[in-house]
Design a protein around this ligand. Structure first.
Ligand SMILES: [Zn+2]
Length: 433
């Protein structure tokens, strides 16, 4: 454990510390953030005192990414939530906006230090330790993933960056440098398993003992994880962050039972129902959209920021000794479909389908028939067969039946030949838009 005193602190003590940080953060927002001064005043909170403490946070309005973006002007390209002066800002990241213009994420030196500290705790939870070697496949460039790379040095790892989409270089590094760990997206980890199988490369025989996955859902899904662990002959654990709030905020420990909040003390986590926006208790098994609030951010803090990540909560005691609620990522709220009132995540469909290995490859594509979130059943799903397998009506029926039983959704399963669905060396598209 990188920071045992912090990571094993009783959770009620953490919440008390967080409450004090939160009140100070609110005072800072009222003093420095034009965006939040206006937003909170409009909601009836004229001062930090009126907004109360963490116990009252659900009364405050949520923050949507689009709201911030709408405040960008030629004079302030970051947005009205910017609190720091130019001389205080030491770095500006961009988030890979799927909707055109990038959003900028400025950090003060203190913000950056907190990001790296939290990220290092999250990645160290996986069991990687000082003195080991880790190969990274992120093209960090302008993106917040760059701060995660600093976390590897903080842990004391020897970091070997090879970048994205350069499989030959990655395989050479595995063979010649003998790293104990790799960090990549789950899609790329799966792609490499297939790549190695096709070339009779012995991935299981490599030096890699730990595969750290982040960037999209998948690493925490049991069947998908099992496929990766089998292919790599290594332990798979996942990490998760959100560009606007912090990099690798959460990280899974060796118990593999949900991600711990490595960024504890720096961010406060809440759960909401994405449709009604109502706050939900962080009870064991609860699912909902993750909402995050900065507790010690200076450059451009966010309050009750909607992450669009849909998670399930675990509150049971973890054998590793870390305290606090854990989460498992189920999918992106943006990918969620509603089929006759039932919420369906494409990654959950993939998880159910993956259990039909070795008859299927594990690749799926959901093909919504209508624009928007609401869909009429049956929902069409293409399921790719394993190499050499032939389409079999009984298999399609069994998959359809299992999806109906597990996810309560009516689907139309089409089996497609091996290799017909697109592979990704970065993040997989599970829905055809
Ligand atoms: Zn644990």
């Amino acid at each position: 454990m990188l920071d045992p005193e912090v990571e094993t602190r009783p959770w009620d003590e953490q919440v008390a510390l967080d409450d004090a940080s939160y009140r100070a953060q609110l005072a800072y927002l009222f003093e420095r953030s034009a965006f939040y001064r206006e937003k909170l005043s409009a909601a009836g909170f004229a001062s930090a005192e009126a907004a109360g403490g963490l116990a009252d946070i659900a009364q405050l309005p949520l923050t949507e990414k689009g709201e911030i973006r709408a405040t960008c002007t030629p004079d302030n390209s970051i947005g009205a939530h910017l609190c720091a002066t130019p001389s205080e800002i030491v770095r500006i990241y961009s988030t890979s906006g799927t909707t055109g213009a990038p959003s900028y994420v400025p950090l003060t030196a203190g913000d950056l230090e907190n990001w790296v500290a939290g990220s290092a705790r999250s990645y160290a939870a996986s069991g990687v330790a000082a003195g080991q070697r880790i190969v990274s496949t992120y093209n960090a460039g302008p993106f917040v993933a760059g701060a995660a790379l600093a976390a590897f040095e903080r842990i004391g790892l020897c970091h070997i960056p090879v970048g994205t989409g350069n499989t030959e270089r990655l395989m050479a590094a595995l063979e010649l440098l003998g790293p104990e760990a790799v960090v990549l997206t789950p899609s790329y980890a799966a792609y490499l398993v297939e790549w190695a199988a096709e070339r009779k490369v012995d991935l299981r025989g490599s030096s890699v003992e730990r595969v750290l996955v982040a960037g999209e859902p998948g690493g925490g899904e049991p069947a998908y994880r099992a496929k990766l662990e089998e292919g790599w002959g290594a332990k798979v654990s996942e990490a998760m962050g959100i560009g606007d709030v912090g990099v690798s905020l959460w990280g899974e420990c060796e118990e593999q039972d949900g991600m711990h909040l490595g960024a504890r003390g720096f961010v406060h986590a809440e759960l909401i129902d994405p449709e009604t926006r109502a706050a939900l208790e962080l009870d064991d098994g609860a699912t909902g959209e993750l909402v995050l609030t900065h507790l010690q951010q200076r450059a451009a803090p966010l309050l009750r920021f909607r992450t669009r990540d849909h998670v399930q909560v675990r509150t049971s005691r973890c054998n590793c000794g870390r305290t606090g609620p854990r989460v498992r990522c189920i999918g992106r709220t943006d990918d969620m479909l509603i089929v006759r009132g039932v919420n369906v995540f494409p990654s959950a469909i993939r998880e159910v389908v993956s259990a039909f290995a070795p008859e299927v490859s594990g690749h799926i594509l959901v093909k919504p028939q209508a624009a928007g979130v609401k869909q009429e059943p049956p929902l069409p799903v293409s399921v790719e067969l394993a190499r050499g397998a032939t389409a079999d009506a009984a298999l399609a029926e069994a998959i359809r039946e299992k999806l109906r039983n597990v996810l309560v959704v009516q689907t139309r399963v089409e089996l497609v030949p091996w290799g017909s669905l697109q592979r990704s060396e970065y993040k997989s598209k599970l829905v055809e838009h």
